[in-house]
Each structure stands twice: as structure tokens, then as C-alpha cells.
Design a protein around this ligand. Structure first.
Ligand SMILES: *Cc1c(COP(=O)(O)O)cnc(C)c1O
Length: 398
């Protein structure tokens, strides 16, 4: 294993998980092992591997060498004992909830979770007789009261989507520990470069690898890290429910992750510069970015994050009509539903995370119709700002 105490994050994102693996024909890169099964020359060895007495692989729905290398890379970056992976970020989330919750249980979470996660909480868990309590995202009094009533899982996400609120993981993990609840944190927006929830008291950290970890918007997957015991419990559930990450996508993540720190540092810088620039623009009503001193959760962000991330959101004067004019004028931004890749990506919540809500529901969730979610890419900052500048000129001051 790579020495976790001495190696830095860039070193870990390059070498992590790679040295433990037998290299095929002396290749320097992790091979893509497409094989569905693994063959043994005698029954005893085969049985020892199947019983997990000897390391090895049996069947790729369970484990696969390329997939394992990706899991180890993320595990080292999150300083975790164990990791396992999934076909998508949503598969990671549904498998974690599915393996930790049973009928009669209760889960406490926040209103601002990712849209898909919110659907699990509102539509899929209640019919299974699992009680879901979704609190106001930064109302600690409410969240702590609900935790104290008893729950099996506290599920958090920070920074949130698309409101970019920050939640104090350490404080709420402390409250959850008192009632014996497991703490799960979606770390997709922050990445392991900017934040390590396990060090703040979380039991499980999870990622949609489709976003920053892969970084090139060309592979779908999810990953979780935590103690060997908890990760094994989720792995047992996933190997039978079958939401396995494919070796080809695992390879794309391994390659993408070699530049994770470089990309995230640049995205942190670009997002900060853009947030500052937008803040002084007359057509911009509000900018949500935790790096701004005016952000209501700036202090918590400073405490628990090493960088403020590449995600921001802002509202434009003139609402939805204005963003329909302005967004298509951007030359260096995809209008798309994803985020966290090398290209800048923009999208209004009305077409992405909150497409199924009514205007009233969005207003209640603090999402103005003129809100834009902005995922800063790694382009040159001068070009991104010039691009925003020319596109915003199409809007008439009111
Ligand atoms: C995209 C995303 C997910 C879901 O991941 P998929 O890979 O699309 O299934 C979960 N949480 C957050 C914060 C996300 O941005």
C-alpha cells in the first residue's frame, strides 16, 4: 500500500491503488480486464479464493482487477480502510441506504440533497415502512432534535446542489453518534481533494465518480469508502443486487484521477475568480459560493474544507427569460446536466436538479427561477470571464 502518512494527494491520485496489482506483461498502466470470470487450475485454490481465504477474483459482478485498482485509489485519497464501487452514483446511494435500513427504521436528512437522492427519500423508502425526516438544510436545532428522537442513518451532502450550502459534518456526526446512527456523506461536490468526511466523523463517504473523480464526463460510476466492516456489508448487498461498475469505466476513472488534484485546484481557483467577478456585475442578483466571505456558511467551509470547490450558482436579473437569452450565448460552456468535468458546464435547476418541481416548490426550496448552476472547468480564467461578460451584455438592465 502507498504510505498514507507521507504521500501527498497528487502522488496518491497517481500511484494510489496501482502498486498492489500484478502488472500484466510488465505494463506500466492498469490493464482493462474485461474477463467475466477467473480460472483456477485446481479446485482447492478456487475454493480458497471463493471463501476469501486467499486474495483473488472469481466473477466480475463481485470483484474485478481494474475495478479494484480504482476502488483502492479512492480509498487512499479518503484515508479509508475499505472501498467498493457501483455502476453509478445513484447505485452507490441506493445500495448504501438499502443495506443499512430495514422496515421500521428512520433516516434523518436535509431538504437540499441531490434530486435523485431526494426521490429515494420521498418515493421509494416510505412504502418500505422506512420513515424519512428531511430537515431545513442549515437548521441545526431542527436537525439535532430529529436526530435525538432516534434514527439509524443520518444522511448529509455538502456543499449542496444547487444552493451550495455548507453543513457542519463534525457537529452533526457528533449528534448522530449519541443515538448510534450511521453517518453517510455525499462528497461528490467537494472531492477528496477539498474535503474528507471520514476525518470529520462520517462512517461512510460516497461519490458519484461520474463527476470530478472521472473528470471527463465519459464514464458513469459511484464509489463508497469506510471501515472494512461497513463497506463489506454494502458490498454483500451490491454483489447480489448487481449494480457493478464496468471495467472500462473503472479504467476511465483511473486515468481521469491521475490529474484529480491538478484539475480540482484549477477549478477551485476559477470558481473563486468567477464568483468574485459575478458579485460586482449589475445583472447578477446573488452569488452562492462558499469561498465568498459574504456566504452565510463561509466559516464552516473554512474549517472543514481545504478548498471551496468548483461549483457555484448565481441568479440573474430577469429570471428564467433572462437565462434563456444569456446561457446559449456562452461559447465555452456546455448547457448540460452533468458537472465536475474539464469543460465548464452550466444549467438552470429548472432543467436539471429540480425539473420535476413546480415554480412554487422551487421558490420554497430557495431556488429562484433565474438561478444558474455553474461548474467551473479548467479553461483559462480570462476566457471564462470574457465569455460571461459578452453573454451577459445581451441582457438589458431593467
Ligand atoms: C450526479 C450526482 C449524484 C448521482 O450520480 P450518478 O453517477 O449520476 O448516478 C449523486 N450526488 C451528487 C451530489 C451528484 O452530483
Amino acid at each position: 500500500m502507498t504510505d498514507q502518512t507521507s504521500a501527498g494527494q497528487s502522488t496518491l491520485s497517481i500511484w494510489g491503488g496501482e502498486q498492489e496489482h500484478e502488472l500484466y506483461e510488465r505494463s506500466t498502466q492498469v490493464p482493462v480486464v474485461h474477463s467475466v470470470s477467473f480460472t483456477y487450475k485446481d479446485i482447492d485454490t478456487w475454493q480458497d479464493v471463493a471463501l476469501e481465504k486467499t486474495p483473488g477474483h472469481i466473477y466480475s459482478r463481485n470483484t474485478n482487477p481494474t475495478v479494484r485498482a480504482f476502488e483502492d485509489k479512492v480509498r487512499e485519497l479518503e484515508s479509508a480502510e475499505a472501498a467498493t464501487s457501483f455502476a453509478s452514483g445513484m447505485a452507490a446511494i441506493s445500495n448504501v441506504l438499502g443495506s443499512f435500513l430495514k422496515p421500521g427504521d428512520r433516516v434523518v436528512s436535509i431538504k437540499d440533497s441531490y434530486g435523485g437522492t431526494n426521490r429515494i427519500f420521498n418515493d421509494f423508502l416510505p412504502p418500505l415502512n422506512i420513515e424519512v425526516c428531511l430537515c431545513e438544510t442549515t437548521d441545526y436545532a431542527q436537525i439535532e432534535t430529529e436526530i435525538a428522537k432516534g434514527c439509524q442513518v443520518l444522511y448529509l451532502e455538502t456543499p449542496t446542489n444547487p444552493t451550495i450550502k455548507i453543513i457542519d459534518i463534525k457537529r452533526l456526526a457528533g449528534a448522530a453518534k449519541k443515538v448510534g446512527a450511521l453517518v453517510v456523506v455525499d462528497n461528490t461536490f467537494a472531492t477528496p481533494i477539498n474535503q474528507n468526511p471520514l476525518r470529520l466523523g462520517a462512517d461512510i463517504v460516497l461519490h458519484s465518480a461520474s463527476k470530478y473523480l472521472g473528470g471527463h464526463a465519459d464514464a458513469l460510476g459511484g464509489v463508497i469508502c469506510g471501515s472494512a466492516e461497513l463497506v463489506k456489508q454494502v458490498y454483500r448487498y451490491r454483489e447480489i443486487n448487481g449494480a457493478t461498475l464496468s471495467p472500462m469505466d473503472a479504467y476511465s476513472f483511473i486515468r481521469g484521477m491521475k490529474t484529480l488534484k491538478l484539475r480540482v485546484e484549477r477549478q477551485n481557483e476559477n470558481a473563486m475568480a468567477i464568483a468574485n467577478w459575478l458579485q460586482q456585475h449589475p445583472m447578477i442578483e446573488q452569488v452562492n459560493y462558499p469561498g465568498l466571505e459574504t456566504h452565510p456558511n463561509h466559516d464552516i467551509a473554512r474549517q472543514q474544507m481545504r478548498g471551496f470547490g468548483g461549483m457555484l450558482s448565481f441568479s440573474v436579473t430577469g429570471g428564467l427569460d433572462a437565462i434563456k437569452i444569456f446561457l446559449p450565448k456562452l461559447q465555452y460552456a456546455h448547457m448540460a446536466a452533468n458537472l465536475g468535468c474539464v469543460e465548464t458546464v452550466v444549467g438552470p435547476p429548472v432543467t436539471t436538479s429540480h425539473v420535476e418541481c413546480s415554480a412554487e416548490e422551487r421558490a420554497a426550496a430557495g431556488i429562484p427561477e433565474g438561478l444558474v448552476r455553474y461548474s467551473a472547468g479548467i479553461e483559462d480564467i480570462e476566457d471564462l470571464i470574457a465569455d460571461l461578460d459578452q453573454a451577459l451584455r445581451y441582457l438589458k438592465p431593467q
